[in-house]
Design a protein around this ligand. Structure first.
Ligand code: SAM
Length: 256
């Protein structure tokens, strides 16, 4: 681990907008703010929006600038990345921002039923071989239902054709209300000006993939509480720029 990282970790301990709960800590220390983020931290009753796998937190910070009356929480396990967004939010005095360092697999331990209004998934790892780690899988959707309002909105922005296709099929199969979908975000006329401002926020990974010439995809849908979710039972071609050591096809879309 480089010195830079150690310094960032030490500094992050002093950041009032960062909550660090890796599994080892959560096992011993209960998370008291579950159900009380607005009262205890944000000190308002504004809706909460999560960015899961936030990395450096570009969406968390960018959306917080655009929407001062909404509270944004970036979640990731990588502290050194999160430091960038947390530091930026403190420097700008953005009181509507927090960061939570934990494993997203335990995300329902941090939020109470109906505490969250929307979820952003920004350039998530497609997890082509393991649907249970894929942040837009039915496995995670069932987790999200535990704290997302009924019909809450999920946004997925991605470079990955695999993840975009899987998520689209998952939405279709479960008849989740589709709000927007484009396989080439920056070359479609079908986006209004307000949405375009939101979608023009670019993350570190987005810039990297765009430099490599990949199209950016976006899908936005509602997640109602009712109904049992099923995974699409379809083969999806793997992203060949990621699957260097793997065969060209995934097996089932579930990746099992
Ligand atoms: C490909 S990066 C994208 C980061 C950022 N959203 C961006 O676009 O630049 C995926 C991020 O998700 C985080 N991540 C993936 N699975 C996770 C999990 N189960 N728990 C916490 N973080 C996770 C990784 O640590 C990483 O920072």
């Amino acid at each position: 681990m480089g010195k830079g990282k150690l310094e960032k970790f030490a500094e992050m301990e002093t950041f009032k907008n960062v909550f660090q709960y890796p599994f080892s800590i959560l096992e011993n220390v209960p998370f008291d703010m579950k159900g009380h983020w607005c009262d205890d931290y944000f000190k308002n009753n504004h809706p909460i929006v999560l960015e899961l796998g936030c990395g450096k937190g570009e969406y968390t910070v960018g959306l917080a600038r655009l929407f001062p009356d909404v509270n944004f929480i970036g979640v990731d396990i990588k502290g050194a990345r999160m430091w960038t967004g947390a530091k930026q939010a403190l420097t700008e005095g953005l009181d509507n921002v927090a960061f939570l360092r934990t494993n997203i697999e335990m995300i329902d331990r941090f939020f109470a039923p109906d505490e969250v209004r929307e979820i952003w998934l920004t350039f998530s790892d497609p997890q082509m071989k393991n649907a249970r780690k894929r942040l837009s899988s039915t496995f995670f959707m069932n987790r999200y239902r535990r704290f997302l309002v009924d019909g809450g909105v999920v946004h997925l922005k991605t470079d990955s054709n695999f993840l975009f296709t899987y998520t689209s099929l998952m939405v279709e199969k479960n008849q989740l209300p589709l709000l927007q979908k484009t396989a080439d975000l920056y070359h479609t006329a079908d986006v209004d000006e307000a949405t375009r401002r939101i979608l023009s926020i670019q993350t570190y990974y987005e810039s990297m993939w765009m430099e490599r010439g990949l199209n950016i995809k976006y899908i936005k849908f509602r997640l109602p509480h009712e109904g049992q979710l099923e995974d699409p039972d379809v083969e999806i071609p793997l992203d060949d720029y990621r699957s260097y050591h793997r065969s060209k096809r995934s097996g089932k879309a579930t990746g099992k």
